[in-house]
Design a binder for this molecule. Structure first.
Ligand code: OGA
Ligand code: MN
Length: 296
């Protein structure tokens, strides 16, 4: 079956037909998909039926899959490498309102780039929908290469070479969720990444930031925070944003190196939402935090 690619947004995002992601992909298909990722950043596949083994195998086709953070509540899924993007607990019941895992995952509704708080940040994420709510719970994507292109020259000059500090506790703290132990905090120290990067697959410049990013190294805190807020406001204007409305069987693949994403609210007390994700490591980021990478 021929692969068909159709762009969904003026800047980025494409729908891909004619690929069964549950089976091993041939070299030619992988090349076609990698080219499409580099061009469109976000690929949407419909009608995909993958079990967790197949999702993990798909992730490994594109790189080294890093497991998500450990959570106190235990893991509902079999593979430690699969992120449980659901509102369900280990008993497969909807989580209680004050469940710490629920409060932690509400942070996914802030604009972010997966694993930007890690010494080796996230490259490609693949999120697959098993159960979706009847309304709400969309995922929004923002194009950081297009946002960079539209900055004025003065701003481009100002931000060139700046280094940003990222921490998971910054994004969670913004929502007032600070219920983490000293050991949990010590396990995830702050990391540094460049604010402007060259996206290796396209050689285009991109912003790199999100809610895990707190401030600019070497700048007074308020000044760095304000700059990041201004850039976030710029990059998440409607013209850079695409909304994905989930259907069961959708698999969305995105490039965390040049996009931001966030979930949107839904009635998580009433409806079940069960999505599962794998994320590959961005080997270009290994050099950002040499001491932390060496220690891990
Ligand atoms: C993710 C994520 C948002 C959503 O899976 O990384 O941020 O809509 N998901 O669930
Ligand atoms: Mn995410």
């Amino acid at each position: 079956m021929a692969i068909n690619i159709r762009q969904l947004h003026p800047h980025f995002v494409a729908e891909v037909d004619g690929v069964d992601l549950s089976r091993p992909l041939g070299a030619e298909t992988i090349k076609t998909l990698n080219d499409a990722i580099n061009r469109y950043s976000v690929l949407v596949f419909h009608g995909q039926s993958l079990d967790d083994d197949q999702l993990l195998a798909l992730g490994r086709t594109f790189g080294s899959v890093a497991p998500p953070r450990n959570h106190r509540a235990g893991h509902r899924l079999q593979h430690a490498e699969i992120a449980d993007i659901s509102n369900l607990n280990v008993k497969n019941e909807v989580r209680a309102r004050d469940d710490s895992r629920r409060l932690d995952s509400l942070g996914n509704q802030l604009w972010h780039s997966d694993a930007s708080f890690r010494p080796i940040s996230g490259a490609l994420s693949m999120l697959h929908a098993h159960v979706v709510p009847p309304s709400g719970g969309d995922t929004l994507f923002a194009d950081l290469r297009a946002a960079y292109d539209e900055l004025d020259d003065e701003t481009k000059e100002l931000i060139e070479g700046l280094i940003t500090e990222h921490s998971i506790f910054n994004s969670r703290g913004q929502l007032g969720h600070t219920d983490y132990t000293d050991a949990e905090r010590a396990a995830l120290p702050s990391v540094r990444h460049p604010l402007v990067r060259v996206h290796s697959g396209s050689k285009r410049k991109t912003l790199y930031m999100g809610s895990h990013a707190s401030h600019i190294i070497g700048w007074p805190q308020p000044e760095g925070r304000l700059l990041l807020r201004d850039l976030m406001e710029h990059a998440t204007q409607q013209r850079f944003v695409h909304a994905h409305k989930w259907q069961v069987g959708d698999l969305v693949l995105w490039d965390n190196r040049c996009t931001l994403h966030r979930g949107t609210r839904y009635n998580d007390a009433k409806y079940r939402r069960d999505l599962r994700r794998v994320t590959t490591q961005d080997m270009d980021s290994v050099q950002d935090n040499p001491e932390l990478v060496a220690a891990s």
